[in-house]
Design a protein around this ligand. Sequence first.
Ligand code: ATP
Ligand code: MG
Length: 358
Amino acid sequence: MASRTLRIGLIPGDGIGREVIPAGRRILEALPKSLGLTFSFVDLEAGFETFQKTGVALPEKTVDTLKQECDGALFGAVSSPSTPTKGYSSPIVALRKRLDLYANVRPVKSVKNTTMFPDPIDLVIVRENTEDLYVKEEKTYDTENGKVAEAIKRISERASSRIATMAGDIALRRQRVRDSTGQTGKSANVTITHKSNVLSQTDGLFRSTAREALAHFQSQGVTVDEQIVDSMVYKLFRQPETYDVIVAPNLYGDILSDGAAALVGSLGLVPSANVGEGFAIGEPCHGSAPDIQGMNISNPIATLRSVALMLEFLNEEKAAAIIYKAVDANLEEGKFLSPDMGGQAKTTEVVEDILRRM
Ligand code: ATP
Ligand code: MG
């Protein structure tokens, strides 16, 4: 069998990042040898502690190593200082820019016991990550009636097209996985979200470009629809089971992702990936959680699912499926749950249980 070695950068960052990223490494090392996959790891620094030690939050060495040596990476979390700190800015935001990781991908999936909804939730939000209001071009000026502040919302054809294409690819991959595991009942769909009834130029361009980019996926069995973002919020909270893939410009995607995470219980369950051409960084959605740091009670599942998600983008769907299945089985049985899930298991016990199932 063909064998492949993947080199993975490990960036634990701050707080519980230092507890969950080692769990991510263990899960990769535990994948069955029959997959023909091996991993090599490189430890890399970034975060607020790194900033306090060295004056830099994202060392150049970290960026260079990722660019030159790595196939993918895992990022834990970084603390944001409670008061603005001169010279400090978020290293993950900088990394997304430096590596052109233009998509933020957030799957939201319920397992029995983790949601109040009767029907299973299994959707993914694909958020554009480089433009929209987040270009941070703001200004404030004085007028006779007091101050006025303005921000630029920039939408481009290029960014809209590539994010929609990624959403189409993800929809196809999810369908492949459902077909190969005999899951029926859901078919590949991409919902484009926007507010083009009000913002006819910016969101209008996003909408029409996404439609165009998704057209050829339709011949491969992906249905495409669209929804105004406010009505999407309403339906997402009433019938989340109806969604498959949602593609959104930066701001709506940001808001929808956090909202959707709330549908399935703990922050400790929700993974994400920052994805560009041929590179992916898995990152749990939670922060550094200083309140539980060092207590061995953080939920490692968001990280373990982020590991699987990274593997999907490195075209290792089989390996990813093994991890997802073991995590779901742990949650369904409910014997080894961390305190945020109402259980009493330590981080390490949750990890051991999942490793046993693999
Ligand atoms: P940051 O500034 O790094 O975002 P934060 O104080 O906002 O830190 P978060 O990590 O965003 O903390 O978490 C919010 C709450 O959710 C905290 O009370 C934290 O304990 C809890 N939490 C977050 N992640 C986990 C996890 N993996 N397991 C258990 N509880 C978690
Ligand atoms: Mg936080």
